[in-house]
Design a binder for this molecule. Structure first.
Ligand SMILES: [Zn+2]
Length: 61
C-alpha cells in the first residue's frame, strides 16, 4: 500500500494521510488547535469592528 503524504497547513511538515491520524490534514493536535483558534479569532473580529474603532482612539500611543 502506498502512503500518501500531505503538508500540514499550520507548520508545513509532511503528514502521512492515514485514517489513524485524527488530526489530518494537520500533523498533530497542537497544529489543529492553533488553526481552529485562528479561525475563531477571525470569526469574532468581524462583528466587533465598531467597538474596536472606539477603543483604537483611546489606545493611541
Ligand atoms: Zn503541523
Amino acid at each position: 500500500m502506498k502512503q500518501r503524504t500531505v503538508t500540514c497547513p499550520q507548520c508545513g511538515n509532511a503528514v502521512i494521510w492515514d485514517a489513524a491520524n485524527p488530526y489530518r490534514p494537520f500533523c498533530s493536535e497542537r497544529c489543529k488547535m492553533i488553526d481552529l483558534g485562528q479561525w475563531a479569532a477571525e470569526a469574532y473580529r468581524v462583528p466587533d469592528t465598531k467597538k474596536q474603532d472606539d477603543e483604537a482612539l483611546k489606545d493611541e500611543k
